[in-house]
Design a protein around this ligand. Structure first.
Ligand SMILES: *Cc1c(COP(=O)(O)O)cnc(C)c1O
Length: 239
């Protein structure tokens, strides 16, 4: 077996044991985060059985999608969204996890092609109040959820979060619990949600314990990526 195939089996097994340990009932899907990985690596993971892939940077994703058209991949957009990029995102992805303002939701709705299913979306919530990470504050969630629910070409599925990184497991647990509480509050208000997109390579077992239904995993599956400065340079080149 290839390294990616081995990592994939290990991660799927770890997801299962996290569910068993916490007696979780929810289904947990693995989203393979393939930013900064070449198309060939995505193909390898696909051939090992992985079908959900997440990308952060539009131009990089479009290039890889064009190379991989024959694969039945479900593409998820998980990066920050500039309003001048909403049209290609609405055309080329099944899911968007990173909606953080109404204007972006409206533009995605308007651009979603009529021959495709509604775009499946999550609102990104910011529980750490870090100015650098996107997401809406908890108190703004409900009004944004109401507005998105009214958009016919979007289907609101749940919440996504990227809590501030920490190695302290209790801190990780407390942060995911805050996201979970936001999610439960929306459910209690009657929103029909089924998706909690939390957990990355270093913390996904704890995210599952706290109710994750999608874990977004990059480096544990594919190995280390290019450095952040290089990715930032790529984003600049896109503009
Ligand atoms: C890069 C990224 C991930 C994956 O991070 P890893 O630590 O490599 O697993 C998950 N979610 C988002 C939004 C990301 O940008």
């Amino acid at each position: 077996m290839s390294t990616i195939s081995n990592h994939l089996q290990d991660i799927l097994a770890a997801i299962q044991s996290a569910k068993v340990n916490a007696a979780c009932q929810q289904e947990v899907k693995l989203l393979a985060v393939s930013k900064a990985q070449p198309a060939q690596v995505i193909r390898e993971a696909y051939l090992a059985g992985q079908t959900l892939f997440g990308e952060n940077y539009l131009q990089e994703a479009l290039d890889k999608q064009a190379t991989l058209t024959e694969l039945a991949i479900e593409w998820h957009f998980i990066g920050p969204i500039q309003s001048n990029k909403t049209q290609p995102i609405a055309q080329h992805f099944s899911w968007v996890h990173s909606i953080d303002r109404l204007k972006i939701a409206q533009r995605l709705n308007d651009a979603r092609p009529a021959n495709l299913a509604p775009l499946q979306v999550c609102i990104q919530v910011n529980i750490g109040d870090e100015s650098t990470k996107g997401g809406v504050a908890a108190h703004e969630l409900e009004s944004l959820a109401v507005a998105i629910t009214a958009l016919p070409r979007l289907k609101l599925r749940g919440l996504m979060a990227i809590p501030p990184p920490t190695e302290d497991k209790n801190q990780q647990r407390a942060q995911f619990k805050q996201v979970r509480e936001c999610y439960d509050t929306l459910l209690a208000k009657g929103f029909a949600l089924d998706t909690l997109s939390i957990g990355m390579s270093d913390d996904y077992p704890i995210a599952i314990e706290q109710g994750a239904t999608i874990v977004r995993i990059g480096s544990a599956l594919f190995g280390a990526r290019k450095k952040l400065v290089e990715i930032k340079q790529d984003i600049k080149n896109e503009d």
